[in-house]
Design a protein around this ligand. Structure first.
Ligand code: BTN
Length: 260
């Protein structure tokens, strides 16, 4: 258990829930404190980004959500998802060094997705605004747990051994605690950005990007201090994307779709 006011200071462990994000949002609306961690052995309506579903075999992977009440200006809140992405990538990267972060916040390794993050605004309640940071990590799942068309991998498949779920959870939450502290002290533009650049999967790759009604294709040249993806398009223009979904292009087409 973490100290008061830190991620993991209160742990709500559920055997089965619709979605840890939904449950955390309900708790947040009722006033749950900053740092409350909701973790479930099984989700029956897990949610992913862009309206997708997130399904995961019961008991093998991690599904958890943190209730955060960050003292941040509104325009910096979206950066929390990037902070979470690099934090998870670095923690998992201690066991699997080739782990990369796929902008904005997916964690990939050797061509497959290892972890995804869904940050959502909680409804305002008596305790004010909350952000729900939902995280799914493929820890011990097997190849047959996912449909073949889903580019998912697990830590166990990559490392050739099983991992202790509570220990991985503890390390991830401790890493998030440290990185959220760094973010609130110095923003994204310092050490976190340097780490993000170091693990960035897309830099130097040709991608197609979809961002609402904006689309683009070109070479990724990096990520800036505002968390934006920098893309040099085929007409020689530098374009900036604050959010969106990127797919890596091979000569023949898309080789890495966004889904899990
Ligand atoms: C994505 O990559 O699309 C984001 C996936 C986020 C999944 C996690 S699992 C725990 C939390 N509860 C949910 O319903 N979703 C997030």
């Amino acid at each position: 258990m973490a100290p008061p006011g830190r991620p993991g200071c209160r742990v709500v462990h559920l055997e089965r829930v619709d979605s840890t994000n939904r449950h955390a949002a309900r708790l947040a609306a009722a006033g749950a404190e900053h740092g409350t961690l909701v973790v479930a052995d099984e989700q029956f309506a897990g949610r992913g980004r862009r309206g997708r579903e997130w399904s995961s075999p019961p008991g093998r992977n991690l599904a958890f959500s943190l209730i955060l009440r960050p003292a941040l200006p509104d325009d910096r809140v979206p950066l929390l998802a990037l902070v979470a992405g690099i934090s998870l990538a670095d923690t998992i990267g201690r066991r699997l060094p080739e782990v990369r972060v796929k902008w904005p916040n997916d964690v990939w390794c050797r061509g497959g997705k290892l972890a995804g993050i869904l940050c959502e605004a909680g409804a305002p309640g008596p305790a004010g605004r909350a952000v729900i940071m939902g995280i799914g990590v493929n820890v011990n799942s097997r190849a047959e747990d996912f449909a073949p068309e889903i580019p998912a991998v697990s830590m166990a498949r990559l490392a050739g051994r099983q991992f202790d779920l509570p220990l991985v959870l503890r390390h991830l939450v401790e890493g998030l605690d440290r990185d959220l502290e760094i973010f609130s002290a110095e923003g994204f533009g310092g050490r976190l950005l340097e780490r993000f650049r170091h693990r960035c999967l897309l830099t130097g790759k040709r991608v197609a990007i979809e961002a609402g009604d904006r689309t683009g294709a070109g070479m990724v040249v990096g990520v800036d201090a505002g968390g934006r993806l920098l893309l040099d398009d085929d007409f020689g223009c530098r374009r900036f994307f604050a959010a969106g979904e990127a797919s890596i292009l091979s000569h023949g087409g898309c080789i890495s779709a966004a889904g899990r």
